[in-house]
Design a protein around this ligand. Structure first.
Ligand code: EPZ
Length: 415
């Protein structure tokens, strides 16, 4: 499907932030760690969570949606451990079912996960962690066979901070015999949210300073009710959109201000006025935007998932800006597309140099989820109409984006 976006007038209005994609996906997998009934609230209705729910249903589990954003897994005995649904290859987060099923029944057969093409995206840290816990892993014809007689707690050091590996190893370790320590763990808000859910289920998990997570294995995990944190990438995307035109004035509700502190700091430094009013964040855009140099990094630094959107916004800044992408070796699919829109931009290795540009709408292609939103940001600043091929990829990570964007004045529709 194509997204058709035109510059439109000044943006104003209110947007309500949904639950976090990157917390919901592992949390949905974590539901399989108990036989009790268990409920997750504030789960965004996006194609990634829909795919995850379908995979879990295909395993034979009974899932209900008592409310649009509430997911309840009904109590019941173990179901299948063969995760061979065609949905698995549609998202990276399906790999959390490795840790969840290994942790719950010490056995999982699963297809290779999918996800945005941001470079190699290996899962060696995950697999090495499972092996250290006592699992054996065979890989044949695109399918992983992972099992263990029993999982035994151990010390695991991650070569670099990895959200996925940290969470997946935790899911496998919560019912292992003994204690597991994960060193150089990722402590992103989404990781801490999954820890909060697991502790409510009865897991014993302690977060120590210096990025160490200690997990003391327990015999059983119980049902509970947990509300997923707001999606800081969605909130950050709307904060960035607010900077696309002089006079824009947007109110953002249900965001977690603390999770946004770095992107808020960066946007204030280039001239946006951002103020907090109870659970609202009100952002207005100046006549001109200043320039800045930013480096992506683990929380609380600028999240890599906002790098592409911020790059697009800085095309409106006067002067030369730069962004360094330190997490993914190939998160630059938006650059050639922005250049089609006459962006004055240059990528040198992991560094992107951005200069003030007069953007012109044209046909572009969304290569991945955050590339799609960066092209929407650019289209809001461009002369004329922008046609974004493969626009449906936006639906992977943003709940109800067409309604929310039109509500604040972005002229956008699918065709
Ligand atoms: C999660 O991806 C998020 N995805 C990403 O969001 C996010 O950008 C990323 O964390 C931030 O670190 C989900 O939560 C579903 P990593 P993940 O493991 O877990 C390397 C979005 O747009 N690595 O933290 O896959 C890896 O290549 C998505 O919402 C290995 O080498 O990322 C990367 O360079 C995009 N081996 C670095 O570590 C491994 O086994 C950090 O990746 C695992 C990772």
């Amino acid at each position: 499907m194509k997204l058709i976006v035109s510059r439109g007038d000044v943006l104003e209005g209110e947007v309500v932030i949904s639950g976090s994609k990157n917390s919901s996906l592992p949390s949905l997998a974590a539901l399989l760690l108990t036989n009790d009934e268990i409920t997750l609230k504030n789960v965004p209705r996006i194609s990634d969570t829909e795919a995850m729910i379908k995979i879990i249903k295909d395993l034979g589990y009974k899932i209900e949606n008592p409310e649009p954003n509430t997911v309840t897994l009904k109590a019941g005995k173990r179901k299948s451990f063969k995760v061979l649904s065609s949905e698995v290859g549609k998202l990276r987060g399906s790999y959390y079912l490795m840790g969840a099923l290994l942790g719950s029944i010490n056995n999982v057969i699963i297809k290779t996960p999918g996800g945005c093409n941001l470079g190699a995206r290996p899962i060696d840290y995950h697999l090495n962690g499972f092996e250290k816990l006592g699992a054996t892993i065979k890989y044949k014809d695109g399918i992983y066979h992972i099992n263990a007689k029993k999982l035994k707690g151990t010390d695991i050091t991650l070569p670099q901070e990895s959200v996925g590996a940290t969470i997946n190893i935790m899911l496998a370790a919560v019912k292992a015999k003994g204690t597991t320590n994960i060193y150089n763990a990722s402590l992103e808000p989404e990781v801490l949210d999954v820890i909060a859910l697991l502790k409510k289920m009865g897991a014993i998990i302690k977060v120590h300073k210096e990025k160490q997570i200690e997990i003391i294995g327990v015999k059983k995990l119980s049902g509970t009710e947990h509300e997923v944190i707001p999606d800081r990438m969605e909130a950050g995307s709307y904060l960035i959109l607010a900077g696309t035109k002089p006079g824009n004035n947007i109110t953002i509700r249900n965001a977690n201000y603390q999770h946004l502190i770095t992107i808020i700091t960066v946007l204030r430094n280039i001239g946006l006025k951002i103020k907090r009013q109870n659970e609202k964040i009100i952002v207005t855009s100046p006549e001109k935007l200043g320039r800045t140099n930013v480096k992506v990094g683990p929380y609380p630094f600028l999240p890599t998932d906002l790098q592409q959107n911020l790059t697009a916004l800085l095309l409106r800044s006067s002067g030369e800006s730069s962004i360094e992408e330190t997490i993914f070796e190939n998160r630059f699919s938006h650059i050639p597309e922005l250049i089609k829109m006459k962006a004055q931009i240059e990528q040198m290795g992991r560094m992107v140099i951005i200069n003030n540009s007069t953007l012109v709408g044209t046909e572009v292609r969304a290569h991945d989820l955050r590339c799609a939103m960066s092209l929407v940001v650019a289209a809001c600043m461009a002369e004329g109409e922008t046609i974004i091929e493969n626009g449906e990829v936006l639906l992977r990570g943003y709940e109800d984006p067409i309604r929310k964007l039109n509500q604040i004045g972005v002229r956008i529709r699918f065709e």
